[in-house]
Design a protein around this ligand. Structure first.
Ligand SMILES: C[S@@+](CC[C@H](N)C(=O)[O-])C[C@H]1O[C@@H](n2cnc3c(N)ncnc32)[C@H](O)[C@@H]1O
Length: 213
């Protein structure tokens, strides 16, 4: 498919991530599989939930810092997404994304599969325990869906997003993020035709994508 993607200049201070998770990382394979229609079973959900329940107590200390936040903040600044609007963060974890966007956006709902990750998140927005493959929200209930280092379930993102809505995809370690897809693959995986804008920031990058009409 022809992917329409505009690359903006790097954010000041953008830098290459250290080697961390290459293409053979199991999370990388799972990320690609779920994005492109592979099965997501109850066993997958239980396994992923168990991993993140175990990581929750130390996650914020290891994953909330200005370098990792840079792509989220830069997407808000330069990504052309509606800010005074209804946002949903999927895979919100311990609130790395919420800490940045909650003070600026119109409304925010956070959801995650792991009750422990949610329990360790700050009380900045309603926190809903849910599997992103079957989100408990009505069709077209949000203007923006934010995913920071989170698996992409394209049909659900498309379903809950309003027609003029935007997807914000962030990988804080760029192509070394275990849950990684490059911007062109995110656009390709979403149902229908989308256009995107992307830039490097911190050690990662952001993509904002909108439906093409
Ligand atoms: C790599 S962590 C990222 C957390 C947070 N966004 C951050 O950047 O710190 C991935 C998060 O996605 C959640 N997650 C994984 N699969 C999920 C699913 N199917 N539905 C909802 N959340 C899921 C995990 O529980 C975990 O909190």
């Amino acid at each position: 498919m022809d992917v329409h993607l505009v690359e903006l200049a790097d954010h000041p201070g953008a830098t290459e991530p250290e080697p961390f998770a290459g293409p053979d990382h199991p999370m990388r394979r799972l990320t690609r599989a779920t994005a492109f229609g592979g099965p997501w079973t109850d066993e997958d959900a239980a396994r992923v939930q168990k991993i993140f329940d175990g990581l929750a107590p130390t996650w914020s200390a290891d994953h909330v810092d200005p370098t990792k936040n840079a792509p989220i903040a830069d997407a808000l600044d330069r990504g052309g997404v509606p800010v005074d609007a209804d946002w949903l963060e999927v895979g919100s974890g311990t609130g790395a994304g919420a800490r940045i966007v909650a003070p600026s956006v119109g409304s925010l709902v956070c959801c995650d599969l792991s009750a422990e990750m949610l329990r360790h998140a700050p009380d900045l927005a309603p926190r809903v325990r849910a599997d992103a493959s079957t989100l408990p929200f009505s069709d077209r209930s949000f203007d923006v869906v934010l995913l920071v280092n989170m698996l992409l379930f394209p049909a659900e993102v498309d379903r809950v997003l309003r027609s003029e809505g935007a997807v914000v995809w962030v990988n804080t370690l760029g192509d070394q993020t275990p849950i990684h897809l490059p911007p062109s693959d995110v656009i390709d995986a979403l149902p229908g035709v989308w256009t995107g804008m992307t830039a490097a920031a911190g050690t990662g990058f952001w993509l904002t994508a909108r439906r093409a009409f």
